[in-house]
Write a protein that binds this ligand. Structure first.
Ligand SMILES: NC(=O)c1ccc[n+]([C@@H]2O[C@H](COP(=O)([O-])OP(=O)(O)OC[C@H]3O[C@@H](n4cnc5c(N)ncnc54)[C@H](O)[C@@H]3O)[C@@H](O)[C@H]2O)c1
Length: 270
């Protein structure tokens, strides 16, 4: 159901790779709610061509940008304002990548150059996005900037390796830049900490199926889907949440508040 929550709002959505991507669902729902936006992803991801389908469906233009490149981001924010005919109301940072996870490195055997790449792509890029938006004065007052996080920022999930540090940094950047952007332009900055979700980035983590099922059994509401996450993102882009900022918002079906569940007890008692 659509509520016209984003009527007249202009945005930039990073990270729609394929139909499973959380950003893909956000784009579809944002369009239904009346938003206009530009889609962006790393030039490498463009080659897969999937994003063109989404762009057609959402009547959106695509601007390639490597989120670690200030130059690419400057071009993205400049062009987006031209295409959309004004400043930006919302930004979704839905980006994560760890070469160490891709190559199956254990936490005790990390490649440090790759570690820095993980931090650059998955966390520092969020700072760069906001830095460029600030320098170009590209955000409208009462705008909303959002990134996606995971509870491994607070608790240990061994196979998440260096992405745990990236998410901790991402959430910290949301707080620090959130204070700055609120003072400058009344722009709010938050992270949503999402349940495990069956996407390309998610399923790339070792043992994903096991911790997906575990989280589902631990969460009284079950795992939050990508569609549910998209709905939550929309509320944070809408005018209904103007005073929410500098928060890490748990969107996890209750997982983070549970010590143990009856389902897990039953399974352990077998
Ligand atoms: N899937 C999960 O279980 C889960 C849970 C919590 C949080 N998240 C977070 O959600 C976000 C979106 O991931 P997803 O699960 O939809 O997976 P996904 O693989 O569909 O999306 C990740 C995106 O990051 C993009 N990307 C990688 N390097 C980039 C770069 N240099 N510049 C620009 N874009 C780049 C990829 O092209 C891809 O579109 C990530 O931050 C992820 O960590 C995912």
């Amino acid at each position: 159901m659509a509520y016209n929550l984003l009527q007249g709002k202009k945005g930039i959505i990073f990270g729609a790779l394929d139909e499973k991507s959380i950003a893909w669902k956000v784009a579809q729902r944002a369009r239904e709610e009346g938003a206009e936006f530009v889609l962006t992803n790393a030039p490498l991801a463009m080659r897969m061509g999937e994003i063109k389908k989404l762009a057609e469906e959402c009547q959106a233009q695509i601007i390639p940008a490597d989120a670690t490149s200030v130059e690419d981001l400057t071009n993205l924010f400049t062009q987006s304002q031209e295409i959309l005919g004004g400043k930006i109301d919302f930004v979704l940072h839905s980006i994560g990548m760890s070469p160490n996870i891709r190559k199956g490195k254990s936490y005790g055997d990390l490649n440090y150059e790759w570690f820095q790449k993980t931090l650059d792509v998955s966390a520092l890029s969020f700072h760069k996005v906001m830095h460029v938006a600030e320098k170009l004065d590209a955000m409208n007052e009462w705008g909303s900037i959002l990134a996606l996080s995971y509870i491994a920022a607070q608790r240990v999930f061994p196979d998440y390796t260096d992405m745990a540090q990236a998410k901790a940094m991402l959430e910290s950047i949301a707080r620090s830049y959130g204070q700055r952007f609120a003072k400058l332009k009344k722009v709010r900055v938050n992270t949503i900490s999402q349940s495990p979700t069956k996407t390309t980035a998610g399923t790339g983590v070792g043992g994903f199926d096991a911790f997906y099922d575990y989280a589902d059994k631990m969460s009284p509401l079950g795992n939050a889907s990508a569609e549910d996450c998209a709905n939550y993102c929309l509320t944070l882009f809408s005018d209904l949440t103007r005073m929410v900022t500098m928060q890490n918002l748990l969107h996890d079906g209750g997982f983070s508040s549970v010590g143990i569940s009856e389902e897990i007890v039953a399974q352990m008692s077998k």
